[in-house]
Design a protein around this ligand. Structure first.
Ligand code: NA7
Length: 538
């Protein structure tokens, strides 16, 4: 048995929701020596980096938080249904201070590589400050949407005005007042930012590649009586979201959209639309994700809403999604998004109707042969989702193999927690786990608890390595792909399908069901109960 003593029991990479909880769990519950490395200059992760106007969570705040600190669930008061980025960051800072976590965190430090040593059963982890530390375990808490996608558009470097990506928005903000501003992209981020920027800018031009199906967020103050009721029922809420499909208190209508009358369907659609948030997406008819005809009915409802909100029929037509099923791209939640296109100072340039972006020039953007002069360009162009942040760690597993190599044809993981050939390496909300198809904190907590229990069990049985077995991984990958193949998801050019990044192998990145996060949790628990079935422990 290897005798080398590592400097740390575990290195955790990232200090967002995942890294904060992982440190708390390993250090304070298991008594391990842990260090967290974080590229930002404080905690927060997603909520540190995404400072664009309008940035807020899309899940209701009462479940978009840690549930392991029961006292804090009672004490913390969110100001609105979906708090803005500064408030969520304040919450995470509060948690870090309350549990004295920062003393084991190193900020402004990026991991540049790590290699596994099969003799000592240790990882050596390298940072951009030139340090190298050894650890028994490496845990990626790097987030799923953290590797920025700045598209390689011709002439990008020539622009003389100010430009930025939404996930690298300057801390001091940008004053859009009186400026000609372009937003590139119309995903969930842009849908939050566009109405805010339109209020300041002299002229806002939106460059749309694919029209999205947006539903109203219906943000606002939450009724104090409802807040009180929820606080009194937190144990019940936590149990329900853990057992649910999406980590939310949303449940499919247990009927086909095709079996009910048109009147009943319209009433249900109105109810979900009026409720706002993810209800329309995640609490719709049970066949919405599976049957094109059922999906068409949901899509048609939203298309009618777009036409009734946007005054100019030509603009409404450009904003109407075409060619893919409703719900197969990430659902953006809107607050005055469609209304914004009624404003005099807002222009929509649609890649299909007006021509795609051809070049960034010194003074603006050229699309469809026409020049659109700009002072500021905001790229809301998304992320190299899920696999991107993990590949960027430049890990070398067994035999020096990298994730780039083993994922050359798409992600391969066991349960979305581990990768064959990378012993003692865990991925919180990794590819092929529910992660981005769930309310993130719920899935984060499940993985953190599972990883902690696993490390605890290994210590108790004096094992020093755990590694996913290739056969178990093959079966999991096949299972993930088989499940999604029965849905409408593969038909969309979404980032779920890896389709947003040129050259990225087309593969479904998360895991969808069949019983959602509840069923997935039970599967992970079974694996642990059967002595970590599918893993090799040595
Ligand atoms: P998304 O959802 O990936 O949206 C990015 C948008 O940028 C989307 O409209 C893209 O069009 C567009 N895009 C990407 N590359 C280009 C190029 N090269 N040219 C023109 N337009 C482009 O990212 P978000 O940040 O909005 O949301 C990410 C997640 O953050 C979100 O799902 C939440 O979980 C929080 P496309 O649709 O690909 O044609």
């Amino acid at each position: 048995m290897p005798t080398a003593t590592p400097e740390f029991d575990a290195i955790v990479i990232g200090a967002g929701f995942s890294g904060i909880h992982m440190l708390k769990s390993l250090r304070d519950h298991l008594g391990l020596k842990v260090r967290v490395y974080e590229a930002g200059d404080t905690v927060g992760g997603t909520w540190y980096w995404n400072r664009y106007p309008g940035a807020r969570c899309d899940s209701d705040a009462y479940i978009y938080c840690f549930t392991w600190d029961k006292q804090l669930l009672q004490e913390w008061e969110w100001t609105e249904r979906y708090p803005e980025q500064p408030e969520i960051l304040r919450y995470l800072e509060h948690v870090a201070a309350r549990h004295d976590l920062k003393r084991d965190m190193v900020f402004k430090t990026r991991i540049t590589g790590a290699e596994w040593d099969d003799k000592s059963h240790l990882w050596t982890v390298h940072t951009d400050k030139g340090d190298a530390v050894t650890a028994r375990y490496v845990i990626a808490a790097v987030g799923t949407l953290s590797e920025t996608n700045l598209p390689n558009i011709k002439g990008l470097e020539n622009f003389k005005g100010q430009s930025c990506h939404t996930s690298r928005f300057p801390k001091e903000g940008i004053d859009f007042t009186g400026k000609r501003v372009a937003v590139v992209g119309t995903g969930a981020t842009a849908v939050q930012a566009i109405p805010e920027i339109a209020q300041q800018a002299k002229q806002l031009t939106i460059f749309q590649r694919t029209a999205n199906y947006c539903v109203p967020a219906r943000n606002g103050k939450v009724d104090p009586e409802l807040v009180r009721k929820r606080k009194a029922d937190y144990d019940g809420i936590v149990q329900r979201i853990k057992d649910s499909f999406f980590g939310q208190e949303h449940y499919f209508i247990p009927k086909s959209a095709l079996e009910v009358s048109a009147e009943e369907r319209e009433r249900d659609f109105d109810r979900m639309w009026d409720a706002g948030g993810f209800a329309f997406w995640l609490a719709n008819y049970k066949d919405m994700f599976f049957t094109q005809e059922a999906n068409d009915l949901c899509a048609d409802y939203i298309k009618r809403k777009i036409r009734s909100t946007v005054k100019d029929p030509a603009i409404a037509e450009k904003l109407t999604p075409k060619g893919y099923a409703y719900g197969t791209k990430r659902q953006p939640l809107d607050t005055n998004y469609y209304e914004t296109f009624n404003k005099e100072n807002v222009l929509l340039v649609d890649a299909k109707a007006d021509g795609p972006i051809e070049e960034i020039t010194a003074t603006g953007i050229r699309a469809g042969g026409k020049e659109y002069p700009q002072d500021i360009i905001v790229f809301a162009t998304g992320f190299d989702a899920m696999t991107g942040p993990l590949k960027a760690l430049h890990l070398k597993g067994r035999d020096g193999r990298t994730l780039d190599q083993v994922w050359a044809e798409g992600p391969r993981s066991y349960l979305g927690i581990a990768v064959a050939g990378f012993p003692n390496f865990f991925t919180i909300t990794g590819p092929q786990s529910p992660s981005v198809l769930s309310n993130m904190p719920v899935s984060i907590e499940q993985h953190v608890d599972w990883i902690s229990d696993c490390i605890d069990a290994m210590r108790k049985s004096e094992k020093t390595t755990i590694e996913a077995m290739p056969e178990a991984q093959d079966q999991w990958v096949a299972h993930v792909n088989e499940i999604v193949a029965a849905t409408l998801m593969p038909g969309a050019n979404s980032w779920y399908m890896s389709a947003n990044i040129p050259g990225k192998p087309r593969a479904f990145l998360p895991y969808l069901g069949p019983e959602g996060v509840g069923g997935y949790r039970r599967k992970c628990e079974e694996v642990a109960a059967h002595n970590y079935e599918g893993f090799e422990l040595a």
